[in-house]
Design a protein around this ligand. Structure first.
Ligand SMILES: [Ca+2]
Ligand SMILES: [Ca+2]
Ligand SMILES: [Ca+2]
Ligand SMILES: [Ca+2]
Length: 266
């Protein structure tokens, strides 16, 4: 018995030493240094690790971001999908959920607690039915302590909705989003430190060239003409392509839409 107790103490001491070695001073696992970054294991407390799916019917979230295949054939970029934004829009302490829909339906779900939600899109005044909404973010853009909603749309001007504090929104038409592009994601931060939030929107393309022109028109010979020992894009395609020299030859490069406030609304 004595031998067994000593062995147990020795094992416990070894385990303690191993645990101490694996932990930093704050009791958390040590950071593992890698080339240009570091990481450490996340310790999950208070139960099983991982996630438990909540049945949509029980949650009351019937939203589906569905898209007709014909639409994708017409414009492949529509298939990029849409995002999600979470924020407490009515100030009851529970985060609510906004789901922008690219194919016509967007939805705001009020959090009732206990993993149940109710669709309050219409009551909230979000007039996005039929509009191709892509990305969304809740942020207090006017500093009155309630969360306003920014939504990017495909080939339509982005939108800002101001919150009345109770989760009812009014579109701010003078927000300055006149250009219609293919807004995807967005981020807000006070980039110039003047005390208000500034906005960065990533724009993709309205359409790929292959959605605009038949394949027979997109051959290298049709897009480019030889000029001395180089190739230049023909005028009709200048907005969409440039020729790039690769080691042994040339290839076409499709251009994105330009950044900045250029071009008229489309
Ligand atoms: Ca809420
Ligand atoms: Ca606000
Ligand atoms: Ca407000
Ligand atoms: Ca600012």
């Amino acid at each position: 018995m004595l031998t067994s107790a000593r062995a147990s103490r020795r094992v416990a001491a070894v385990l303690f030493a191993a645990a101490a070695l694996a932990c930093s001073g704050d009791g958390l696992p040590d950071w593992r240094e890698e080339d240009g970054y570091r990481w450490r294991e996340l310790e999950v407390h208070g139960g099983e690790s991982g996630y438990v799916p909540v049945d949509p019917e029980r949650a009351g979230i019937a939203y589906r971001n569905e898209m007709d295949a014909d639409l994708i054939v017409e414009n492949e970029i529509l298939a990029n999908g849409s995002g999600v934004a979470l924020g407490d829009v009515d100030g009851d302490g529970r985060p609510d959920v906004f789901l922008p829909g690219i194919a016509g339906a967007s939805a705001l779900y009020r959090n009732l607690g206990d993993w149940r939600f109710e669709d309050v899109t219409a009551a909230a005044g979000l007039d996005l039915a039929g509009r191709p909404a892509r990305g969304a973010a809740f942020a207090d853009v006017d500093g009155d302590a309630d969360l306003d909603l920014l939504v990017t749309l495909h080939a339509e001007p982005d939108r800002l909705y101001l919150n009345d504090g109770a989760g009812r929104f009014t579109r701010a038409r003078e927000a300055g989003f006149e250009t219609a592009r293919a807004g995807h994601t967005l981020a807000l931060a006070d980039t110039d430190a003047d005390g208000d939030l500034d906005l960065y929107v990533t724009n993709y393309k309205d359409r790929w060239a292959r959605d605009l022109f038949p394949p027979s028109e997109l051959t290298f010979e049709r897009l480019f003409e030889a000029v001395r020992d180089s190739f230049v894009v023909r005028d009709a395609y200048r907005e969409h392509f440039r020729a790039e020299r690769t080691g042994a030859g040339w290839r076409r490069r499709e251009l994105a839409q330009p950044d900045g406030p250029t071009g008229p609304p489309r």
